[in-house]
Design a binder for this molecule. Sequence first.
Ligand code: CP
Ligand code: NVA
Length: 305
Amino acid sequence: MKRDFLHITDFSSDEIREFLEIATDIKARLKARATEAPFSGQTLAMIFAKPSARTRISFETGFFRLGGHAVYLSPQDIEIGKREAVKDVARVVSRYNDMLMARLFDHAHLLELARHASIPVINGLTDYNHPCQIMADLFTIKERLGRISDLRIVYVGDGNNVVHSWLRLAARLPLHFTCACPQNYQPDAETVRLARAAGLSVVEISHDPFSAVRKADVIYTDVWASMGKKHELKERIRHFEGFQVNTALMAATGKDTIFMHCLPAQRGLEVSDSVMESPASVVFDQAENRMHAQNAIMLKLAGKV
Ligand code: CP
Ligand code: NVA
């Protein structure tokens, strides 16, 4: 049976820990230029319905450095959901390629692709979630803080796709996770319920960033208007007043805290320039670790480890 990587909760706690171990190993081997070519002769199809820098570069580079070839399909190529049936795209891509990564608007389209593809499908972000990002973030936290337990993670900003993946991680690993967001920008209630129902983590929703960040090990933020919502930015800037991660908010944790952002960042909106450039910021480690975490995911799905 093929496996897909569509949500963090598609994998057990042990499997999530194993991804981190594989990522550590493959990162060290890539740095030492000591990798073999496990994907030699193979192709990865990458369907993009939205723009990307990190996701495209990290998947394309990662698959290439492991010996394979990645095929980039732009929003104009596939036109998912428009040009032909999603289930037809799934079967056609499966006839040519060994693996499929897709970045789409509609999460239901991703589920449909996975259902009809005979090859492993990886979620490169949908309107609902962004699980590869959270695997890279967890890996970065492990590298920086030396642990993935006993962590107080405070996300400040829009209750969006990135938050949904944090919530699903909280259903697999014990975390103290707080989402500090404006009243009208809360994460999906069903996903909050799922995270709490697993009974592993403390999951809180707050509307007061300054009290939420107290004792935080990690402060995380993301853009106030995600892809597909950019036209709302002006209105959102009004609603997100007071939710910027700046030097004062970082200081309010009362301890050493790292700053994380999935990027791209809108400096001066959700995060100040000073925090982005501060020693607390690990955003470029996160970006690099996208490649290592995804390499681990691809190796595992392909049964190469
Ligand atoms: N963090 C992330 O997914 O970046 P891109 O949108 O540039 O791929
Ligand atoms: N929430 C952002 C993440 C970008 C990587 C978006 O969906 O645009």
